[in-house]
Design a protein around this ligand. Structure first.
Ligand code: MN
Length: 498
C-alpha cells in the first residue's frame, strides 16, 4: 500500500538575466543534464523533474508557489548554476511550504586548467552563487538540507535519495488520518499528548472511533472471506496443531481472521493510514487483535498499542521512508533487560503486536492465553528478529514542543529457544553502551514505545525533525552524558524562544 515512485521533486536552477541568452541557454542545458541524471539514478526513489531556470523575483515566486500546490511534488532541489542575487528569492522562499534541499554542486567536476577563461568563470559560479543563496535561506531562518559535491557521484545521489525518502514520509503525513479505537490506556503519560498541536505541526489528524462501529465491520465479514484468509495463514506460517482444521482452537483462528478482515475494511473504507487501540476498550470483540494488527502493520499501516497515536504516526512515516528497501520499520517496546555486565541487552517485544516485517524466519502462528484484557485467547505470530545495524525512535509531547529521540542500536540474533514466551522478540544492544544509552534515554524523557528501524538513518530522522520544526536528540557512538545534558538544557532555551 506504500508506493513513493510516483512522487516528484522539482529541480530548480537559479540565475539572473545579467549574463545574456547564450549563457542562460547553456545553464538550461546543463541543468537538464543534471536533473536527468538524478531522475535516472537508482539511488533516488522518486522522479526528479526539471523546471526552467528562474531568473527574477516573479519567476521564483511563481515556481515555488506552484510547487506548494502540486499534489505529487514532495519537495524542491535548488541550485545556483550562476550568481542569483538572493533578494530575488525572499518572496518565493517566504511562501514555500514544501521541504527544500540545496544542492551545492557544479556542472563540471574538474577545473579545465588549460582552457579556463572568463566565460567559463562566468558560467560556473555555484561556488559563490550558492553562498549568496545560502545566506538568504539562513537569513529567513528556513530549515533545509544542504548536500555538497559533484552531482554525478554516488555519495551525492545517495544523500539526495535519502532526503527524498524523508520528504516522502513528511508528504505522507499531510492530510493523513489516524483512527483511534478507544482512548489512551488509563493513566499512561507518555503516550498521551496534544492532538490539536500535532495536527498543526505535523499535518495529520487523529480522531476517535467507537469500538462498536468497528465491531459492525467485523460482524459483517463473510465465511467465504474468512476461508480465503485462513488458507493464506496456513500457506504463510508454521501453524500450531491446535489451530489446524479440526484442532481444539480452530475457532480462535476463524475469529482472528474475522477481526483482521473487519479491521482492514474499516481502515481502507475510511482512508486511514494507521490506527491505535487499547486492550481496556474492546467492548464487543471476542479477542484482542493480535495477528490482525501484526499483518496490517506489515502491509504498511502505522500502529502502536494502548492509544499511542504518536508512535502509530511515526511508524507509518518511517515505513514510507524505508519503502522498497531491505529491512523493516516496526512498532516496538523496550520490554525486558539482560543485565549481564559483559553483554547487557534489551529484549524488545509487545504483548502481541510485533510487526512480522522484522521476522528473521517464517513466523509461527500460535494461540495462547493473555493475562490482561479479559478476552478469549488471541492468535499471534511468533518469531525472532534479525541481526544488523538499527535504531529506535520515539516521539514525545513536551508541552511547548515535540521531541524526536533517536538511539542507534545493533540488532542481535536471539539464540535461546524461549519455549515459554509466546510473543515475537527482537534483541539489540544500544550505542554507545547500555549504561550511557539507557541513562540518556531516560534523561531525554524517551517513551517505552518506539519505531524500530533497520533501514532509516539517524541523519534522515534529524532531517525529518527539521522538516517538522521540532526538536531532535540523538544517542549514538559519540554520546556522553555531560554533552547530552547540555544539549537538553540549550534546547530548553532555544525552543522557549521559537
Ligand atoms: Mn505497550
Amino acid at each position: 500500500m506504500i508506493d513513493i515512485s510516483t512522487k516528484e521533486v522539482w529541480f530548480i536552477t537559479g540565475s539572473q538575466h545579467l549574463y545574456g541568452p547564450e549563457t542562460l541557454e547553456q545553464v538550461a542545458q546543463n541543468s537538464t543534464t543534471i536533473a536527468k541524471a538524478l531522475n535516472d539514478s537508482s539511488l533516488i526513489p522518486v522522479n526528479v523533474v526539471f523546471k526552467p531556470t528562474v531568473k527574477s523575483t516573479e519567476e521564483i515566486y511563481e515556481t515555488l508557489t506552484a510547487a506548494n500546490q502540486a499534489e505529487n511534488c514532495i519537495g524542491i532541489i535548488t541550485w545556483m548554476h550562476t550568481f542569483s542575487p538572493a533578494k530575488m528569492w525572499i518572496r518565493g522562499l517566504t511562501a514555500l511550504q514544501k521541504p527544500m534541499l540545496h544542492l551545492h554542486t557544479q556542472f563540471n567536476r574538474d577545473i579545465p586548467w588549460g582552457t579556463i577563461d572568463m566565460d567559463f568563470m562566468n558560467l560556473n559560479q555555484a561556488a559563490h552563487g550558492d553562498r549568496e543563496f545560502g545566506f538568504m535561506v539562513s537569513r529567513l531562518r528556513k530549515n533545509r538540507k544542504v548536500v555538497v559535491g559533484h552531482w554525478n557521484e554516488d555519495s551525492v545521489q545517495k544523500q539526495i535519495g535519502d532526503w527524498t525518502r524523508v520528504a516522502a514520509g513528511w508528504d505522507d503525513w499531510q492530510g493523513a488520518k489516524f483512527a483511534r479505537f478507544g482512548d489512551n490506556m488509563r493513566f499512561v503519560a507518555v503516550t498521551d499528548g496534544d492532538k490539536v498541536e500535532a495536527e498543526t505541526k505535523f499535518g495529520f489528524s487523529v480522531n476517535t472511533y467507537a469500538v462498536g462501529d468497528l465491531v459492525e465491520f467485523i460482524n459483517a465479514v463473510t465465511d467465504e472471506q474468512i476461508d480465503t484468509l485462513v488458507k493464506e495463514y496456513e500457506s504463510s506460517y508454521h501453524m500450531a496443531d491446535s489451530l489446524l482444521e479440526g484442532g481444539a482452537n480452530r475457532s480462535s483462528l476463524v475469529e482472528a481472521a474475522r477481526i483482521e478482515l473487519g479491521l482492514e475494511k474499516f481502515l481502507v473504507d475510511g482512508g486511514f493510514k494507521g490506527f491505535t487501540d487499547t486492550f481496556e476498550d474492546l467492548h464487543g470483540m471476542r479477542q484482542l487483535p493480535g495477528i490482525a494488527v501484526q499483518r496490517l502493520m506489515e502491509k504498511g499501516f502505522g500502529f502502536a498499542g494502548e492509544g499511542d497515536w504518536k508512535t502509530a504516526a511515526l511508524v507509518r512515516a518511517m515505513k514510507v521512508m524505508g519503502s522498497g528497501l531491505e529491512g523493516g520499520n516496526a512498532f516496538m517496546e523496550d520490554y525486558t533487560y539482560h543485565l549481564d555486565p559483559k553483554a547487557p541487552r534489551i529484549l524488545g517485544s509487545h504483548m502481541l503486536e510485533v510487526d512480522p516485517v522484522l521476522a528473521a524466519d517464517k513466523p509461527s502462528c500460535e494461540v495462547h492465553p493473555l493475562g490482561i484484557g479479559g478476552k478469549e485467547d488471541p492468535v499471534r505470530l511468533v518469531f525472532n528478529g534479525r541481526e544488523g545495524d538499527s535504531l529506535v525512535a520515539a516521539l514525545m509531547d513536551f508541552g511547548n514542543r515535540f521531541r524526536l529521540l533517536v538511539n542507534k542500536t545493533v540488532g542481535e540474533k536471539v539464540k535461546e529457544a524461549l519455549p515459554k514466551l509466546p510473543v515475537a522478540r527482537i534483541m539489540w544492544k544500544p550505542l554507545p553502551d547500555f549504561e550511557t544509552a539507557c541513562m540518556a534515554w531516560i534523561l531525554g524523557g524517551g517513551a517505552h514505545h518506539t519505531c524500530y528501524s533497520e533501514n532509516v538513518s539517524v541523519e534522515q530522522l534529524e532531517d525529518f525533525a527539521e522538516m517538522a520544526g521540532i526538536e531532535s536528540l540523538v544517542i549514538d557512538e559519540d554520546t556522553t552524558i555531560r554533552n547530552f545534558k547540555n544539549t537538553i538544557h540549550s534546547n530548553e532555551a532555544y525552543f522557549r524562544f521559537q
